[in-house]
Design a protein around this ligand. Sequence first.
Ligand SMILES: NC(=O)c1ccc[n+]([C@@H]2O[C@H](COP(=O)([O-])OP(=O)(O)OC[C@H]3O[C@@H](n4cnc5c(N)ncnc54)[C@H](OP(=O)(O)O)[C@@H]3O)[C@@H](O)[C@H]2O)c1
Length: 302
Amino acid sequence: MRILLTGRNGQVGWELHRALAPLGDVVAFDRQGADLSRPETIAPLVASVQPDVIVNAAAYTAVDNAEKEEALAQRVNADAAGELAGAARKLKALLVHYSTDYVFDGRSAEPYREHDPVAPLNAYGRTKLAGEQAIEAAGGDWLTLRTTWVYGVRGRNFLRTMLRLGCERETLRVVADQIGVPTSARMIADLTAQVISRAQRERSDGAFASGLFHMTASGRTDWHGFASAIISAAREAGRLPIKTTSVEPITSREFPTPAARPGFSVLDNSRFDERFRLHRMDWREALALVMDDLLVGGSSLN
Ligand SMILES: NC(=O)c1ccc[n+]([C@@H]2O[C@H](COP(=O)([O-])OP(=O)(O)OC[C@H]3O[C@@H](n4cnc5c(N)ncnc54)[C@H](OP(=O)(O)O)[C@@H]3O)[C@@H](O)[C@H]2O)c1
């Protein structure tokens, strides 16, 4: 099997490069090799690789910057995603793509199901929704996996920010009125590899159906709960000079950002569970594994 991977230096892309390796030959591109801001370059690139599977881990993910750069975010997150889907269809390849809880407005009190009404609150969410729609419109064999609150050992993410601030400040003030599910990039990559394996079997048996799935860790928390878990795990591990003695809850109003965020981001994963029958770890269990990697392995926080 030949797999074309985009976004190889991102949180999920980095983990995918490793997780997909047992499935076959992974041809992995960074932004220079596959620039999604130039959607017109996608079809020739895909044709030159002739993949059986395309995994699109590249995205414009700077949520606040997207408010000012929506046209660029739209090219990367929507137009290029549509081009990848079209190129996959031509080659009869499978496209695996990621989307986000930010397609919802977060006003629900119940975990969102895949076909609940969408109403993005910000530019990033609009462009990711447009990407989902462009893929569906292109047709062919595709799976779009919506996930939430991604973090990992690399890149800009909440875990690394909290660990860095935890070494600098005695008190951390963290938003407690946004509820969601932290999902590690490694878990996303490992689940994706299993999903692809199964999807390829279904495709060769003529039993495959394209679709949209929610795929996150299990459980739920808020950013304050996530920060508290990170700081106490780091203190216990004893590898970092953690200064923080207090993690205080604040409201989103006290921490204004250019882009509005949904207050409730929990996704109902039952459709994913029924189709793929995989174990999704609780977010705390997955966090413990990442913390082991980061602290015991001694990765740099800089
Ligand atoms: N992060 C989250 O909390 C979150 C939540 C829900 C869903 N998702 C979705 O999950 C997927 C993976 O996200 P992630 O957290 O791994 O994101 P990430 O760490 O920000 O990685 C995104 C990757 O895309 C690359 N990229 C950006 N613009 C590009 C362009 N014009 N052409 C080619 N590559 C480009 C980046 O390249 P550089 O390394 O050069 O910057 C980076 O390697 C995305 O679809 C994202 O929307 C993320």
